[in-house]
Design a protein around this ligand. Structure first.
Ligand SMILES: [Zn+2]
Ligand SMILES: [Zn+2]
Length: 238
């Protein structure tokens, strides 16, 4: 009741902005009309090997030794692409809340019968984090995990900097992240069923490398959840 009162009061003084693009919009709506129209959801049933809808999947159900399933509520397209770019490159951290809520809702749907012990995120080096001021994967993870009622634990660290994955070809990407991550405290990982979060699923090599380390240290299962997965029309960008 009280929160609702303050929300209402706040809206009288501060204009409501679209959660994805930042445009001023009608109070008490979340997205502007353009963004609402351009949202590209991933319609279940999904392919757990690539996170796309089964009707859009061209991965042939590729087996992954380390990741039990990949999932994402959106395709990396339209307004969700704008939102993730604003989050990563303009530092609009407000975008993380609506995206992480969608991640949690989607996880409830597609991972309905999975009991997670904890959630974790793709780490950055200290320098990378200092440069950006925050880790977008951590923000998305914290939001999603809170909505799912599971704790977030920083289980992984990034040992050294790599070239940006999006500058590399699909084939260079897995080599680029090989051996880059490590587990912070093995005792927190052993026997656990872990939800691993990131912003966008592209080649899956970063998530797979993180999952590999978690599994090496005894994680029971690793499920990957991102805000978006690269759309079927676009295999390279991200
Ligand atoms: Zn908008
Ligand atoms: Zn697939």
């Amino acid at each position: 009741m009280k929160t609702q009162f303050f929300k209402t009061a706040k809206r009288l003084f501060y204009p409501q902005r679209c959660a994805y693009c930042g445009r001023v919009i009608d109070p008490f709506t979340e997205l502007c009309d353009a963004c609402a129209q351009e949202v590209c959801r991933v319609p279940p049933p999904i392919c757990f090997a690539c996170a796309r809808s089964k009707k859009d999947c061209d991965c042939g159900g590729a087996h992954n030794r380390f990741v039990t399933a990949f999932a994402a509520p959106f395709y990396f397209d339209g307004s969700v692409r704008t939102a993730i770019h604003r989050l990563k490159f303009s530092g609009d951290t407000d975008v993380a809340a609506p995206l992480s809520r969608e991640m949690a809702n989607f996880a409830c749907e597609v991972f309905a019968h999975v009991q997670f012990d904890c959630a974790t995120f793709v780490p950055m080096t200290d320098r990378e984090q200092k440069e950006r001021g925050f880790n977008q994967s951590r923000l998305l993870c914290v939001g999603a995990a809170k909505a799912l009622g599971i704790p977030t634990q920083p289980l992984l660290c990034k040992l050294y900097e790599t070239r940006r994955q999006r500058e590399l070809s699909r084939w260079e990407r897995s080599g680029n992240v090989l051996g880059v991550f490590d587990v912070v405290d093995p005792s927190l990982v052993a026997g656990k069923r872990i939800l691993l979060c990131d912003d966008v699923t592209t080649s899956r090599s970063t998530l797979t490398e993180c999952a590999k380390m978690l599994r090496i240290y005894g994680a029971r299962e690793v499920f990957c959840l991102t805000a978006a997965v690269v759309s079927p029309r676009d295999n390279r960008k991200g």
